[in-house]
Design a protein around this ligand. Structure first.
Ligand code: GDP
Ligand code: MG
Length: 290
């Protein structure tokens, strides 16, 4: 797996006795990896209680302990990891700031569900940039999804409406509505997103079924701040964390899970269509310590 190359606990604990100094270094490493200060201190304290003064036989002992702690943190959220496909059609509004990977993630999700035999439609509600519409259209061609768009500068909410209606009339299984991360108008982004959600509900009652927030895993604590803001303003049902293949340390996953109690549905591990994986706690923990 390409994940978390930089998460290097092995260097820290190589056949040493566990003392305060080592524990502090350990805590620092957790914080540097964006785990969040509270979780880092919590894990450190637990570790201290069990292991201080003891000789470490081998590295595995530490990894097992850490794996257990991290698993405990993530377990409550795993239960909620039901998929995006909840009913047919499922309408999913995809939100997040500029450049985090919204459009790319939609392309990848489309491919994933397409491979599973689902009928997909993409709606281009980022109507502020021609390039944004074209980028999504390219993805729709690439993976064989239907595509709904309006002219540049059209009210994004009307695209939400059209996409939801299209999905119902054409018996799509899943509709992904792409949105802007920043507006080139005086309008407020959060108000615009709320309107897209509201108006999608007019195109198909009960929709959207999911507001999916995309976070860039390499943005660390900034990503956590975005998650707070979007969740408070528009209500978020689930998260995708992208760019975990790069310099990201992945710890942001704990921080958002712990603080916002939101399920992490998928993780992005590259730029191509295949580089998306359902979030799996076991694999994640293994990747952290491999
Ligand atoms: P948007 O503005 O949120 O729609 O972001 P885009 O989907 O246009 O993506 C911005 C950039 O991030 C593009 O160059 C993508 O190829 C890249 N990107 C998206 N997801 C990933 C990922 O998981 N890993 C890497 N390395 N790059 C990604
Ligand atoms: Mg985009």
């Amino acid at each position: 797996m390409k994940l978390f190359k930089n998460f290097q606990f092995s260097n820290l604990f190589s056949k040493k006795k566990i003392d305060e100094n080592l524990l502090n270094k350990f805590e620092e490493l957790l914080i540097e990896s964006d785990v969040g200060t509270e979780i880092a201190s919590d894990i450190k304290e637990k570790f201290k209680k069990e292991k201080i003064g003891k000789e470490i036989k081998d590295e595995k002992e530490i990894f097992n302990f850490l794996g257990e702690q991290i698993s405990k943190i993530l377990t409550p959220y795993e239960k909620k990891l039901d998929d995006l496909y909840k009913s047919s059609p499922s309408i999913i509004v995809v939100a997040g700031v500029n450049g985090v990977g919204k459009t790319t993630t939609i392309g990848k999700l489309g491919k994933l569900f397409k491979n599973d035999g689902k009928k997909i439609v993409f709606g281009a509600a980022d109507t502020f940039r021609a390039a944004a519409i074209e980028q999504l259209e390219l993805w729709s061609k690439k993976i064989g999804a239907d595509f709904v768009k309006s002219d540049l500068g059209t009210d994004p909410a009307s695209v939400g409406y059209k996409t939801a209606k299209f999905a119902e009339e054409n018996k799509s299984d899943l509709a992904f509505i792409d949105t802007a991360g920043r507006l080139h108008t005086q309008n407020n982004l959060m108000e615009e997103l709320k309107k897209i959600k509201r108006v999608a509900g007019k195109g198909l009652e009960g929709s959207p079924h999911e507001t999916l927030l995309i976070l860039d895993g390499s943005q660390g604590q900034n990503a956590l701040a975005q998650a707070r803001e979007f969740n408070a303003a528009i209500g978020v049902d689930g998260l995708c964390v992208t760019k975990l293949d790069g310099s990201s340390k992945g710890g942001i996953i704990f921080a958002v899970a712990e603080e916002l109690k939101l399920p992490i549905r998928y993780i992005g591990v590259g730029e191509s269509a295949e580089d998306l994986q359902p979030f799996n706690r076991e694999e994640f923990v293994t990747a952290l310590f491999s």
